[in-house]
Ligand binder design. Structure first.
Ligand code: SIN
Length: 372
């Protein structure tokens, strides 16, 4: 068996020339891992849907941790890099698309969600793993959490280091994700985001660091559990509705309403707000300062006008934690605004898009923000 020191030396010499062969070296890190079974003696059928990201990225050298190219390695190579996957589940791979996740858009989301729903309706699929870039993983996770119509596990996984890097985190993250997706413990837990031996729920997880492997956190509310000893350990769950308990159905949709985010800051004026009105947006999330305060007179009048033109306005916060209270920093009842509760702006955008597929009634939309 290769020692870690030997492995590192070999990586330093060879990885930049042979990225896929280098991925294979990570095999050595996993050969001792015991198998995992859904039921005693029966492996779960886990489908891995690949979408790109750093987990499928390659750098020019083994020490390239920034400036690498995301979304270059295909699903078969990712699976081959972790042979022990076959001991913990019957894995099948499918390349749904191959993008860096900053290029994620509504069309990709609809395509992915439809594929997930179709596969989970099959008796021969027990769970799904989605490999994804980390930049927008939280938005994709929350979108799927609201539109997947199954209790079966869906686990989204990424990596902070490209596949060619020293101590790439992709192989161990993928290994854990497959175990999680094949586990009974993950049934009914909604869409999960698992990296760095931790399990986060889709609603509250967020990326907190631009580059470190422990970037995914559920600030203040806490992550759901750990991956350890080849199995999940759950400790908590969100109280908010998800998957089969939501009212959203995207299976017959080809597009989603336009919703934008405006960021609040000192010296903000109405230029961005008016530009989105001119672009014909259906809804707007305002990532307001503090607990939802709107600059007066620079910003609030523009939002009032936008609302009168039919745009749904959601007050969220740029702070990152805490509740934006209804009728707290603005007269929401009077102005007909909606508040995001604890959803961060990018998640509030996802929910508002889906809400607008059902209704433009702001009371109903507010109910949804307190439900999901
Ligand atoms: C991406 O989001 O596709 C690039 C960054 C990453 O996956 O960590």
């Amino acid at each position: 068996m290769l020692t870690r020191a030997k492995l590192r030396l070999m990586q330093n010499h060879r990885m930049h020339r042979q990225p896929l062969a280098a991925i294979g070296m990570f095999i050595a890190l996993f050969v001792w891992a015991p198998g995992h079974a859904k039921d005693a003696g029966k492996l779960a059928n886990v489908m891995i849907l690949a979408t790109g990201g750093t987990i499928a990225g390659t750098g020019t050298t083994s020490t390239t941790a920034v400036g690498y190219t995301a979304a270059t390695v295909g699903i078969e190579a990712l699976i081959e890099a972790v042979p022990n996957l076959k001991k913990v589940a019957n894995v099948t791979g499918e390349q749904v698309f191959q993008i860096a996740s900053e290029n994620m858009n509504n069309d990709y989301w609809l395509k992915l969600a439809k594929r997930v729903n179709t596969l989970l309706a099959q008796n021969d699929v027990d769970g799904i793993v989605i490999t994804h870039g980390t930049d927008t993983i939280e938005e994709t996770a929350y979108f799927l959490n609201l539109v997947v119509k199954s209790q079966k596990p869906v686990v989204i996984v990424g990596a902070m280091r490209p596949s060619t890097a020293i101590s790439a985190d992709g192989p161990i993250n993928l290994y854990n994700a497959v175990i999680l997706a094949g586990s009974k413990a993950a049934v009914g837990k909604g869409v999960l985001v698992s990296l760095n031996d931790q399990i986060n729920g889709a609603r509250d997880v967020t990326k907190t660091n631009t580059s470190t492997a422990d970037t995914f956190r559920t600030p203040e509310l806490g992550f759901l559990g750990y991956m350890q000893d080849n199995r999940p350990h759950f400790y908590r769950e969100s109280t908010r509705k998800k998957t089969i308990d939501t009212e959203f159905d995207i299976m017959n949709l080809d597009s989603l309403p336009r919703v934008d985010i405006v960021y609040g800051y000192a010296n903000e004026d109405r230029v961005a707000i008016d530009a989105f009105v001119a672009a014909g947006a259906n809804g707007r999330v305002h990532a307001v300062v503090g607990d939802g305060s709107l600059a007066r007179p620079a910003v609030e009048p523009a939002l009032i006008e936008a609302r009168k033109r039919g745009m749904v306005i959601v007050r969220s916060s740029r702070v990152g934690n805490g509740i934006v209270a209804r009728n707290g920093e603005a007269k929401d009842d009077e102005l007909d605004f909606v508040v995001s509760d604890t959803l961060n702006p990018q998640k509030a955008r996802v929910l508002l898009m889906l809400a607008l597929t059902k209704t433009s009634d702001t009371k109903e939309i507010q109910r949804m923000f307190y439900t999901y």
